[in-house]
Design a protein around this ligand. Structure first.
Ligand code: HEM
Ligand SMILES: N[C@@H](CC(=O)c1ccccc1NC=O)C(=O)O
Length: 279
């Protein structure tokens, strides 16, 4: 070994990017890495900001995959839809593991900058709300905090005007089992999906003879997986919140932990859970 520093250019590594697209150019890192603006001098505020920004990026990808999965389903292309749902589950795993980093922030650390957050809160995450809407948990009141951001409001309203991903799944279920969707209950576009006996009965048919209905069974279990991940995200959130602020009121104005505990009861695909007790 010589003392001379290794020069990767001898192996062919390109070292000059004056006239070519570099890593930073392609990823627009100048934009992303200059968008962290702590409002205090508290050490942990950068962690808090990056945790949220990365979560929002994963949510952006989740919406991209979910939208494409719905489109594939509408076209009857189940193979591609399954691939996107598998990726969606991995994205949720990322979001769930991320809590381990935030959990290193103690109440004392957080108190140093909480006041600087003002009335801002994750409650106002339009991407989170959009994910809920796409999946079928639709409370139109949740559009209100976005009235001041026309694009976010428009995206949420346009989602409320079309069938949810779960509505498309139910459509596919009826067409597959009945031959058409005439017996399908009308999608509830602007309210949270409520369990429908006719839907549950069909899912039960699938689970009672999985070999005959393998594709539908696979689809159902993918949805249960997805909801399982979603529930774990909510549970991680509420537990972290209790650990960090106890039962203080949220900056967004809700009761905080009590509000978040109530959200643990939300069922995205209720029929798939309810039928299990009947098997
Ligand atoms: C120490 C960390 C955190 C605390 C203390 C906290 C606290 C809270 C509280 C109290 C609420 C209820 C709304 C309110 O009144 O503010 C809330 C909602 C919410 N938070 Fe957090 N949060 C934390 C981290 C996060 C992270 C990392 C995310 C990821 C994006 C997040 C996303 C959300 C979302 C989406 C809601 C709305 C939930 C719903 O309406 O069902 N939070 N948070
Ligand atoms: N709601 C939190 C504040 C909070 O967590 C927050 C504030 C600004 C941006 C994102 C946040 N994260 C989740 O709610 C609190 O009451 O402390």
């Amino acid at each position: 070994m010589t003392d001379k520093a290794y020069d990767p250019s001898v192996d062919g590594a390109k070292m000059s990017f004056k006239d070519a697209m570099s890593y930073g150019d392609y990823l627009h890192l100048d934009g992303i890495l200059t968008q962290q603006h702590p409002q205090s001098d508290a050490h942990d505020e950068l962690l808090f900001i990056i945790q949220h920004q990365t979560s929002e990026l994963w949510m952006k990808l989740a919406l991209h995959e979910l939208g494409a999965a719905r489109e594939a389903l509408r076209e009857g292309d189940l193979s591609h839809m399954f691939k996107m749902l598998a990726r969606l589950s991995r994205i949720f795993e990322q979001l769930n593991s991320a809590w381990d980093v935030l959990r290193t922030m103690t109440p004392a650390d957080y108190t140093r900058f909480r006041d600087a957050l003002g009335p801002s809160s994750g409650f106002q995450s339009h991407q989170y709300r959009l994910i809920e809407y796409v999946l079928g948990n639709r409370n139109p009141n949740m559009v209100k905090p976005h009235a001041h951001v026309p694009e976010a409001k428009a995206a949420l309203e346009s989602e409320l005007a079309q069938p949810s991903f779960y509505d498309e799944v139910i459509h596919y279920l009826f067409v597959s089992l009945d031959g058409d969707a005439r017996a399908m209950p009308a999608p509830q576009l602007t309210q949270p999906h409520k369990a429908q006996p006719a839907v549950q009965a069909r899912w039960k048919t699938v689970y009672e003879d999985v070999d005959t209905h393998w594709r539908l069974y696979e689809l159902a279990e993918k949805l249960v997986d997805l909801e399982d991940y979603f529930r774990r995200w909510r549970f991680n959130h509420v537990t972290t919140v209790e650990r960090v602020i106890g039962f203080k009121r949220g900056t967004g104005g809700t009761s905080g932990v009590q509000y978040l505990r109530r959200m643990l009861d939300v069922e995205l695909f209720p029929e798939l859970w309810h039928l299990r007790g009947d098997l």
